[in-house]
Every structure is written in C-alpha cells, then in structure tokens.
Design a protein around this ligand. Structure first.
Ligand code: DGJ
Length: 740
C-alpha cells in the first residue's frame, strides 16, 4: 500500500480540474484494457454510461444512454451515486438524517479532479459531489490501476453542518449492469469448508452477500463475487465482472434485479446496527470496493486481481514464499522442547525453510494445554518450554531454518489472568451474559488501551527472540452480544465499525515497526480472508481443511479472487484429521504445490517412502515455485464443473516456463483418459515437457517430450489418470530455437 501513496504524490502534480460550466461531458476512468465511463449531464448530475472493455468511438456515449425505460420521459442513465431521495426506488448508496429533519439528498457535481491522460501506475479521479441545498459533500474516489485492469472506488462523506448528521447507509460503490441474464457466484462455506463456488441465476428481487459477525466475517461467506453475464461462468470465455470489498468487519453486497431486468450492485460496510453519528466538520470514509472485468472468462479477471494484489496489496507480493512446517496438526497442544526440536531436525532434513510453533506455548497460572484456558496470558509456559522460546528459535536458526510463532491477541479465555484483571476490556452488552465460543471472548478493539495491548502482544512475542521472523495471527470466534465499555452511550452503534478501525490502527503500527517479520492471516482457517486485512499480511491460511480432495475445491474458488502465492497450502498426514479421507503423499503434495506449499504434520508420522518423496519434491518445488507464485494462473477445468477431473496451469510472464496440474477426483470407468488443452503459452515456442513429482508411475509419456506451444494449446495433453486420487504435474520449459 505504501507504493500507492508514492504514486499518488507523483500523479497529483499533473492534475486537471474540470470546468463545471461545461455541458455534457464524458469522464473516462481508464486502464489498459478496460474502462468505466461517466457522464456529466446538463443538470450537473453524474451518470454511469459504460463499464467494460475499452473501445474506440466513445463519443456516442455523450448522447446515448444504456437503456430507455417505458415509464420515463427521458432516456435513463443510472446515477454514479444514487443517494436516498429523487427518482430512485432501490436500496440507496447513502441515507443520511440531516440536523433539520431532512432525510433525502440531491447531489450534483461540485468539481472533478483527474490526472492527465498518459499517467501510468495508478490514476486517481475524485468527483466531488455537493448537495444542491444543504452543506453536505461526498467525494467519489476512483483509482484505475492501469496495467492490472482493476478499478477501485471509495467514498468520503463530509459534514459541513454546524451539528452532527446520522449516516444510516454508507455503501462504498454502486454498479449498474445490463444483460439478459445474470449468473452470480457467491463464495459460501463454513469452518473447514470455506470458499465454495455457489452459482445461481438471479431472478427479480434482491440477493444479498453479507456478514454480521464483526470478526471472522469470511468463514461462511466471502465479501467477493463473480458475476457472469448471459451464460454460466467459464474460465476462458464470456463476460465476467469480479468484485471484492476490502473491509474486515460486517459487509453487505446487494444484487437488486429490478423490473426492467437491470441489475443494481451495491457494496460496502453493512449498515446493520451501525448508524453512525458524523460530527460537524468531520468526514467518514468507506472501505474500497474492487472491480475488474473480462470478456474472455474469469481466468483473465482473476489474473487481473492477482497482479493487482501482488503489486499493491500483499507484503512482499513479488517475492516467492518460503516452505513452512507448522506444528499444529503434528503436535496440537501436546509438546515439549524435545518434541519441537525433533520436528525442527526433521524439517531441516526435508528442506523446509521456516518452522512455525502454533498454539499452546504460553500461560502459566492457566497453562494453555487446551483451548479452554490461558488465552490472553502471553508468557512462555515454563513447564513445557523451560528454556524459553529463544532456545527453540536459535535452534531452528542453527539448523538453517527461520522461526515463527502463533498468537491470537484479540481474544481471551475467561480462565486467564487477563480476563480477571481487565473485565472492562471484554466486548459485552452491559448487564447481559455473554456466551463463549471456542471457550473464549473478544477484546474491545475500539478501546485505545486494548489496541496498545494487542500491538504489545505482537511486539513482546517478537521480542522473545531475535530469531523470530514469522507470526501467525489467528482469531477464533465472532462477536455476539456486542457492547463497549469504552464507547460513549450515544456511540454504541459505532462499535462494529470502530472495532475494525481499531484493528487497522494496530495492523498499521505493527507493519511499520516490523517490516521484516512475515505475517500469516488466519481466523480458524479462512475466516478473515479479504482485501482489507491482506495488505498487512504476506499470506493467508485458507482453511483448517488439509484434505487434498476437499482442499482442491477451496483453493480453486479462493484463487478466483485471491492470489495462489499467498494461499498457504500444507501437506498433512493421511488419513486426514478433519475428513478421515486417505490419499497418497503425491496427491497431497501436488495439491499443496498449487499454492504456497508447506507442511502441517509430525514428520515422525511419515513413512520412509513418504519422507523420501517429500525431500525430493520440496527440492524440485523450490526450483519451480517462481512459476506458481509469480506467474499467471490459468484455471483450465473447474472441479465444480465436473467432480471427476480438475486441472490448473501456471505460466511465467515471459511464457518461457509453465506448470500444469491435473487431478482425478473420482473413479470414472477405465475406458477413456482425460485430455487437457493448455493455455497461455507462446504458440511459436517449443516446450520440453517433463513429468515431475513422480512416485510409483508416470501419468504422461514417461520421459521428456517436446511440443510446440501451438500443439499444446490446440491438441493438449492426454493423461493416464484413471483412479480417484491420481494426479499428474508437468513442467514445461522453453527450448532454444535451433539455429542452422
Ligand atoms: C485455528 C487455526 O486455523 C489453526 O491452524 C490453529 O492455529 C488453531 N487455531 C490453534 O488454536
């Protein structure tokens, strides 16, 4: 995100201010291949007239509108910012109660600030709208990420009344869409089954994607969607809009399909129980809504988001991630110094690069030997680890590994010194009982003292050893029975929003103070996966489900929105602890290799054969991970389309190398073998194709073969995958063109 700030400073030198006397004019928000076109109307209102692929001859949009409606005298163009009042009948983007009792708004353009054409990187356009009669202004801030083809929008509401106003609705973005049919994919799920693609045909009425949980908001639904126009979503054809909201609290995305078959999308903070008193001369800024578009299927749109996330969101987005062994599934709460040192020895032997000690290392009066107690008491457990964390971290470093450690600093067990000493820090409705969830409560991050405590936990933990270079930050419950002892009575309804502001201020402090410490985003697995939290992290734990048969579905859907390089994917032991399914070490490894590969097991539980395979395959993976982490993602065959096979491919930006992954998910008769047509290669290049991660047998040709890119993208690869749990990984390398 820092990079963004720098670019704006440069871009704003070349700003131009539009004259507002001008009659109709077009305002172009442009990336290299897509554009959003707005129109200033004669009456100084702003309409949205186009969103899609760039094209020549846009001048016609000066007079032509999207749609004519039978009940409207004039041509209809949807407003950029349809606030409550006027001709609108749908959920408003803004609803505010003014001090004089007026409930409506009527915005016209006040000024436009836009960079000159030709700026590279990010171009920011700010449309400042003002109410026609009352002292209220709104900035619509649109950022176009040129190379990545991503457009973001946020809103700043400014109160110039001498008294407070109350915001009842405050969405970040409105997008009207026109097609014959709309296929919406939501990413629903639950614990250990997050991010499942769920595609429906929208019918008239409102479909809502939302969370009211406050924390761990993305466990059952992600604030992202895929909208396919006219046909079901395909990876490589058709019109697709991807949207994702960058907000770590309650969110709401409305899909309102009206009687004219127009789809109105609204996205932002969930107004649920959150009316917000905005004091005089103060402003309120919404989170960013992220948009991208493709007319060649969702693969392209996903690659736009991945590039954007690597370039502007993730910490170290353009570096490959190291191989982690995380102790959770291998040891849970039962370990001592010897257990951990053995794990480190074996991890080093296998080529692992970072060892992470998960939950269970702290608490003395209330030792954290289960999830029932100790959370909040962040002192090293002297019985389990008498020599402290430094001894373990130094040991890991002496074996050539980095050392990481788990924290869950926003939460507390009732059975802890912290809960007893600071009852006023706990989120609680006064005079009411609060239920525990995973035996724990949430700390009130609206309170600056709690913010200090939480950032202190991070700082103190990191200070346990100068050899700590990785933190796994977990959050294992959502908020119920909300109430804050810190917020004043008339601002209790600010709680849901101020909690998130408190969290962001802690995150900001931490990443500034510890730029070199890697941080993993985790909330009972993928419970906090969204673009508001990601800028403070290097990677995320997509799910506690490490079973490759079900992980394939989670990872595929996750990677439609979020980049594979940040998707921590760990090989665990078979049978799987969550599902009981058995699978080969190769199948487990091949699935984990599509993300940021790691291990989640006790190495002593592996057979000799499994250990040998891991050692060889990790070595190979390190040579090839630049392809999956920094290359382009091509979803070839969705597991959701056929639960028999799935295939994914990664290609380096220069098309010189690729990795192809295919998996058999079911028994499907032995009379035919799947064929996969590859994508994204250079048709004129010749590629050497080598099967890697081979265990007992080859699934391709057995030996290396060469093919042209054109052949691979027209004819494809025919694989000997027959049984459930078989998989094949191919490495493609460009061959030098022969010179005669
Ligand atoms: C939930 C996480 O998702 C797991 O990986 C593990 O860290 C546990 N919490 C520890 O309590």
């Amino acid at each position: 995100m820092n990079r963004k700030v720098i670019v704006f400073q440069v871009v704003f030198v070349f700003l131009s201010f539009f004259s507002l006397n001008a009659a109709k004019q077009l305002i172009h928000i442009e990336c290299s291949d897509i554009s959003l076109i707005l129109r200033q109307e004669d009456n100084l209102k702003i309409s949205i007239v186009y969103f899609g692929n760039k094209f020549e001859g846009t001048d016609a949009l000066l007079t032509k509108s999207y749609q004519r409606r039978p009940d409207n005298e004039e041509e209809f163009s949807p407003a950029l910012y349809p606030a409550y009042g006027g001709r609108y009948y749908m959920e408003p983007v803004l609803k505010v109660s003014l001090p004089n009792g007026v409930e409506t708004c009527d915005f016209i353009i006040d000024s436009i600030v836009q960079p000159h054409a030709g700026s590279t990187g990010i171009s920011r356009t700010v449309l400042i709208l003002k109410d026609k009669k009352y002292p209220l202004k709104v900035d619509v801030v649109l950022d176009a990420y040129t190379a990545e083809n991503v457009i973001t929008q946020k809103i700043k509401v400014r109160n110039y009344f001498a008294a407070p106003i109350v915001l009842e609705r405050f969405y970040a973005s409105y997008m009207p869409v026109f097609a014959d049919q709309y296929f919406l994919t939501q990413f629903n799920g639950t614990w250990a089954n997050e991010m499942q693609c769920n595609e429906i045909l929208l019918t008239q009425g409102t479909r809502v994607i939302e969370s009211k949980k406050g924390v761990r908001t993305t466990q059952s639904e992600n604030p992202s969607f895929m909208l396919s126009l006219d046909t079901e979503a395909q990876p490589d054809r058709g019109e697709i809009i991807l949207g994702s909201l960058a907000w770590s609290g309650n969110y709401k995305i409305n899909f309102e399909l009206d009687e004219f078959n127009s789809l109105n999308i609204l996205a932002g903070i969930n107004p649920y129980a959150s009316s917000y008193k905005l004091e005089s001369m103060k402003s309120f800024t919404t989170p960013q809504m992220i948009w991208t578009y493709s007319n060649t299927g969702y693969g392209r749109a996903s690659r736009n988001l991945h590039d954007w996330a690597r370039n502007y969101v993730l910490r170290n987005g353009n570096q490959v991630g190291k191989v982690v062994l995380n102790s959770w599934e291998g040891a849970y709460f039962s370990f001592d110094e010897k257990t951990i040192k053995n794990m480190i020895d074996n991890a080093a032997e296998m080529g692992v690069e970072t060892f992470v000690l998960d939950d269970g290392w702290f608490g003395n009066d209330y030792p954290r030997n289960s999830d029932r107690q100790g959370l909040g008491d962040w002192q090293v457990n002297k019985k389990k680890l008498p020599k402290g964390i430094d001894d373990l971290a130094a040991y890991a470093v002496s074996k050539g590994l980095k050392f990481g450690i788990w924290i869950e600093p926003e939460m507390v067990n009732p059975q802890s010194n912290l809960a007893k000493e600071k009852p006023e820090w706990i989120v609680k409705s006064p005079g009411r009982e609060i239920t525990t969830l995973r035996n724990q409560w949430v700390l009130d991050l609206t309170n600056p003292d709690v913010q200090d405590f939480v950032s202190g936990v991070f700082k103190n933990t990191v200070s346990l050893s100068s050899d700590i270079s990785y933190i796994k930050w977990d959050a294992n419950r959502y908020i119920e029975s909300f109430g804050s002892s810190y917020l004043p009575e008339d601002k209790q309804s600010h709680f849901w929003i101020e909690y998130v502001h408190g969290l962001y201020s802690v995150y900001e402090r931490i990443v500034k103070a510890f730029p070199d410490i890697e941080i993993q985003l985790c909330a009972s697995g993928g419970g906090r996966l969204e673009y508001g939290a990601l800028p403070f992290h290097n990677e995320f734990w997509a799910s506690d489900n490490t079973d490759p048969f079900t992980r394939i579905f989670i990872q595929y859907a996750t990677n439609i929105i979020y980049p594979p390089k940040a998707t921590a994917s760990h090989v665990s032991i078979s049978p799987n602890h969550q599902t009981g399914n058995s699978s080969s070490i190769k199948f487990r490894f091949d699935v984990a290799m599509m993300g940021r590969l790691g291990l989640e097991l006790q190495p002593e539980d592996l057979t000799e054969k499994e250990l040998g395979f891991l050692k060889t395959s990790i070595k190979k993976y390190k040579e090839l991970r630049h392809i999956t982490h920094l290359g382009d993602w091509f979803p070839l065959k969705s597991p959701y389309a056929s639960d028999k096979y799935t295939a994914t491919q990664f290609v380096t930006k220069d098309k010189s190398e690729a990795l192809f992954f295919s998996y058999s998910l079911d028994y499907h008769g032995r009379t035919w073998m799947p064929n996969f047509v590859l994508q994204g290669l250079d048709p004129n290049k010749t590629y050497k194709v080598t099967e890697i991660n081979v265990l007992d047998k080859y699934y391709f040709w057995g030996t290396t073969k060469t093919f042209t890119g054109a052949y691979l993208m027209k004819v494809g690869v025919n694989l000997n995958l027959l049984l459930r749990g078989e998989s094949c990984v191919l490495h493609l390398q460009e061959q030098p063109t022969p010179v005669f």
